[in-house]
Design a protein around this ligand. Structure first.
Ligand code: 6GU
Length: 238
């Protein structure tokens, strides 16, 4: 059963997300385990300050290495104390390698992950050097902190754990559809605000439904994600 720990300045925010919906249900069923840790609890100064001015000047503040390091060491000790191997440590930073589903599938194979969230203008590089097994970004935009990024990684990794999703995920993996965008979906009623569900989906003709969905997926991918379309054609002997 996989365990994910998050080291952050906003543990309540992160834990609140993980306790809801599909991931919350999975945790209550004992299929996964999540723990969020307050980096500020590991400061050694009276003001509990976690950041300081950047050497060399520049705007913004930089997170001190020490509370991040001590928080991570405490988490590692807690994980090992319950008989698990040392967690795989991922730092969430805008300067990291771009995160994709391939990374999710790989990270899903670890017994436990420790996701570390920076805030402010960044973290003292020495904390990253000392602890990080890898450094990931969730995309080409700037966030105020790594919290949302860590939740993106936790969500995408935990949904791959056995039993978390209602339906077995085997049918989706490595299939024909892998690498294409989803086709449009519809549910009741048949007509809503004058818009009818495509007739083929009401026909009960499974072959025609499959063909329509394939066409929709391919057309969408070609228009919206020419990069994915090109890769898919190559993979499927186009
Ligand atoms: Cl991991 N952190 C921040 N601050 N911004 C980001 C990011 C991470 N990934 C994309 N933008």
């Amino acid at each position: 059963m996989m365990r994910i720990d998050i080291a952050t300045l906003f543990p309540a925010l992160c834990q609140a997300f993980l306790n809801e919906s599909i991931l919350g249900r999975a945790a209550r069923k004992g299929l996964v385990e999540t723990h969020c840790h307050q980096i500020r609890d590991y400061t050694l100064n009276k003001q509990r300050q976690v950041d300081d001015y950047p050497y060399g000047g520049g705007c913004g503040m930089v997170m001190n290495a020490q509370p991040i390091y001590d928080c991570c060491q405490a988490v590692i000790a807690q994980v090992e104390a319950v008989g698990r191997p040392r967690p795989h440590i991922v730092f969430m930073t805008a300067a990291g390698i771009p995160y994709t589903e391939q990374h999710a599938k790989r990270l899903a194979g670890y017994d436990s992950l420790l996701l570390v969230c920076g805030h402010y203008e960044g973290m003292d590089e020495r904390a990253i050097e000392e602890l990080a097994d890898e450094e990931l970004s969730i995309g080409d935009y700037v966030l105020t902190g790594g919290e949302l990024a860590s939740l993106v990684v936790a969500d995408s990794v935990l949904r791959l754990q056995p039993g978390v999703l209602a339906e077995p995920q085997g049918y989706q993996e490595e299939s024909y559809w892998d690498g294409l965008l989803e086709y449009p979906q519809y549910t009741r009623p048949e007509e809503w605000r004058g818009r009818r569900v495509p007739e083929v989906l009401l026909s009960g003709h499974h072959q025609n439904v499959a063909k329509w969905r394939e066409e929709q997926s391919l057309a969408r991918t070609k228009k919206r994600r020419p990069d994915l379309y090109k890769d898919w054609l190559q993979k499927n002997g186009g």
